[in-house]
Design a protein around this ligand. Structure first.
Ligand code: PLP
Length: 425
């Protein structure tokens, strides 16, 4: 029995499902998860000492690759001074300034400890600021597990076949309206029905929790226009896309300015961090300057801030452009390999994220198409790739992530492994 299997057995008796976040359990692909010992650059190593080229990257934050020397040093140096003070520190200002420099629409920034906290807080702020209760999200978009947002969510919830969850009172869920991603008419219809009741639209500007779906031409601009027309706030949830689709996030890539932006994992460089921000006027509505309450004992934690600043500083370099170039190489390589083996495959990518779909459709642009893809084929492909030393996200509904540490050789090896796997499907 492998050490991973032994550990999974042990974990299941003490941790629900053996994991601390559902998608890690491999329910979406079958079999048991790998237990990881260490990670370096583009590779993770399991407890059985097998090396894998990693396209999960801790679900996004490892844009520089694992165990980057500057981030490691920042964490170790900061730890010398103490782990948490519960009082203001200079590094919080420097970090907020760096975020603001890279994402100028975030005139003011509040740090939190996870993406869920960031979106939950941004929603509360939008409701408080507009004095409206309803929010609009898109089917298949995931914004963390806050009650209002776990309605028709993607990702783990989708993998488990639980678009919503027990435990969320219908009275909460009724305030969450859901529209179809890349379908402006579905958004307009809801605003026409509730013209003065919708506080905000929250959207993943590139959807990454129903695999990878870029916005159709005009979709994000359309959302901006509708929000302006109805005086609702536009929230870009850039927990996944921030610093990954472009250094300035999807909002820079598609040139659309949201009212509020939420950031997560990526800004911690691997530490638990999230943030939300927007115009000074809206952000002043947050306590202690404003009436909308929001707080966190470990928010702005000094170790996390140092790790995040080191990560953003290292990303802010000319080499950053390589991320999109490498991602394109991989995505196009996978497409070609599949075609050579006669496997119908559709591929999407944006900046440093990608997704592939086992489908006859040439382009996958919406949730319905994602749901119609061949998940059984994905499962088989996933395990063939794992055997070949390539670690993909263990779900057909997750985006893949590259890092700057992935080499040309890694990408070529991945494409070669995929070609062999396609031949066996
Ligand atoms: N928003 C998006 C777009 C996400 O992808 C995620 C997590 O994957 C979240 C929010 C929630 O972040 P966290 O898991 O840090 O709470």
């Amino acid at each position: 029995m492998s050490k991973s299997s032994e550990l999974f057995n042990r974990a299941q008796s003490i941790i629900p499902g053996g994991v601390n976040s559902p998608v890690r359990a491999f329910n979406g692909v079958g079999g048991g998860p790998l237990f990881i010992q260490k990670a370096q650059d583009a590779y993770i190593y399991d407890v059985d000492d097998k090396q894998y080229i990693d396209y999960v990257g801790s679900w996004g934050p490892m844009i520089l690759g694992h165990n980057h020397p500057a981030i490691k040093k920042a964490v170790i140096d900061a730890a010398e001074f103490g782990l948490s003070f519960g009082a203001p520190t200079e590094i919080e200002i420097t970090m907020a300034e760096k975020v603001q420099q890279l994402v100028p629409s975030m005139q003011q920034v509040r740090m939190v400890s996870s993406g869920t906290e960031a979106t939950m807080s941004a929603i509360r702020l939008a409701r408080g600021y507009t004095n409206r209760d309803k929010i609009l999200k898109f089917e298949g978009c995931y914004h963390g597990h806050a009650d209002s947002l776990l309605v028709k969510a993607g990702s783990g919830a989708l993998t488990l076949g639980q678009p919503s969850s027990p435990g969320i009172p219908a009275d909460f869920a009724k305030h969450t309206l859901t529209a179809n991603f890349n379908d402006l008419a579905s958004v307009k219809a809801l605003f026409e029905e509730y013209p003065e009741q919708i506080a905000c639209i929250i959207v993943e500007p590139v959807a990454g929790n129903m695999n990878c779906i870029p916005p159709a031409d005009g979709f994000l601009q359309g959302l901006r226009d509708i929000c302006d027309q109805y005086k609702a706030l536009l929230i870009f949830d850039e927990v996944m896309t921030g610093f990954r689709v472009a250094l300035g996030g999807a909002q820079a890539h598609y040139n659309i300015k949201p009212d509020l932006t939420t950031l997560g994992k990526v800004i911690g460089g691997g530490m638990p961090v999230g943030a939300f921000g927007g115009s000074q006027e809206v952000m002043q509505f947050i306590a202690p300057t404003g009436p909308v309450y929001q707080a966190g004992t470990l928010s702005g934690n000094p170790i996390a801030m140092h790790a995040g600043l080191a990560s953003l500083t290292a990303l802010d370099s000319p080499e950053y452009q390589q991320l999109a170039i490498k991602t394109k190489q991989l995505a196009e390589g996978l497409k070609q390999a599949a075609a050579e083996e006669g496997v119908p495959l559709s591929v999407n990518y944006a900046g440093g994220m990608f997704g592939f779909f086992f489908t006859e459709e040439t382009e996958v642009t919406n949730f319905q198409q994602v749901c119609a893809c061949d998940v059984e084929k994905f499962k088989k492909f996933f395990h063939l790739m794992l055997e070949a030393g390539v670690y993909l996200a263990p779900s057909a509904f997750e985006a893949g992530f590259l890092s700057l540490a992935h080499t040309e050789q890694d990408i070529n090896n991945t494409i070669a492994a995929a070609k062999k796997a396609f031949a066996q499907l």
